[in-house]
Design a protein. Structure first.
Lengths: 220, 220
DNA sequence: GATAGTTTCATACAACTGTTTGAATTGCAA
DNA sequence: TTGCAATTCAAACAGTTGTATGAAACTATC
């Protein structure tokens, strides 16, 4: 019914501003100015500022989660209900890394927004992240099936470390570039993914029967 | 000259409140009420709210950094200028993890404050963290000496992943406990440290000449 | 005990925040 | 056209925030 024009103009403007300047110093007035709409429009269409932020974040994060599960499901079906651990980990961290890294000049607004969301932790986003546990449990299940000898504790630690490496690399990508004087190429996303997967795989399989050496994609 | 009483009362109250409720919703008025001093005292003694936060964070983080360097130096001196990679990594992540984890009921205010600081990323703290690069370079140097065959890129990635696992585990300790239904024991700090060190060591030594298997401390 | 310097205090300031209101406008159906 | 609901708008609201001010109280020195 509604033209929806104002609504999506707000969403686009908000995402752009949050991506560029962070949640801390973007006010509703900044957003409506950028969107060219009236101040009251935000509350009319979204209810509150927090709900606007939540909608932005939910949209992007269900897209990522769907992609993760799609990859996971495809892998498990192909393997008859059991996928190799590398592939599971790839499905876990691949979509996130691909969604947030990549050459800066061609990095989408959505990507920059998600980086912000992972650096600054504002209440509405934190609330949503806390509901991610069910989603992660699905991966824990797949990992258990892939490594039936492994204890639950080790599985959870492996999962934790995989997410750790992915998220920290996103959060601190600038610092890593500076620290390594550009030697670590964060733009080569597939290299980053395979590094994370490789280390997480080692973490999960160390001290047990041999698995095939995790493939390392050549940089650039 | 000054009695210093007001000053330290403010520091203590601020640290306590920030630790409990986060930076987001603690105002100067909350702090001075808790400290039992006048509102103007904060600006008189610290200049501004941001400088108060910065002083809190700097105090704690130089303590951690000093401890890190102390461990590193001791290890390198004992090894004649070259320390085993496990020990270097231990010096890198041990102090941080020990300072932030541990049984909740006996967790110090300082520890809880540092956890907050690593979850919420407020401007004055971010500014300080950005100056940590020189400190990290010292560890990169030690790691290079320990693993002369390794490329710089691999060294930096290993360093990045070690910090990733430590910081993410601190940030998301609550979620990991919930996800694992308590199976991952975050209170057993030395177990956490050795898990992180062990994985980071594997990341740095994989595919090269054998090193001795990193020691795994039994839990509890 | 007067003096000078430091510290405390109550209070006001000035700016900014997200939100609400009620009237104006628009778009669409009858 | 008329009528009705959805949308837009300017304006104000109500609250909070960090900071500044100038007088009062205190402290130590001479």
């Amino acid at each position: 019914m509604a033209s929806d024009h104002t609504r999506s103009a707000i969403l686009a403007a908000a995402e752009r501003l949050y991506a560029d300047r962070g949640f801390g110093d973007v006010t509703l007035r900044d957003i409506v100015a950028e969107a060219g709409v009236n101040l009251a429009a935000v509350n009319y269409h979204f209810g509150s500022k927090d709900e606007l932020i939540a909608e932005l974040f939910v949209t992007r994060s269900i897209a990522t989660n769907r992609e993760r599960l799609r990859e996971l499901k495809a892998a498990e079906e192909q393997g008859g209900g059991r996928a190799p651990i590398e592939v599971i980990l790839h499905a876990l961290v691949g979509p996130t890394l691909r969604g947030c890294l990549g050459p800066e000049n061609q990095r989408s607004t959505a990507a920059r927004f998600m980086i912000r969301a992972s650096i600054e932790s504002v209440p509405p986003i934190r609330r949503i992240k806390n509901r991610e546990i069910d989603h992660l449990r699905k991966f824990a299940g797949a990992m258990r099936r892939a490594l039936p000898d492994r204890s639950d504790v080790d599985i959870y630690w492996g999962l934790n470390f995989a997410l750790a490496m992915a998220h920290h690399t996103i959060r601190e990508s600038e610092r890593l570039t500076k620290l390594s004087e550009g030697k670590c190429d964060l733009d080569d996303v597939e290299d980053v993914v395979s590094r994370v997967v490789s280390v997480a795989t080692m973490a999960l399989t160390a001290g047990k029967a041999e698995t095939k050496a995790p493939a390392r994609v050549a940089a650039r």
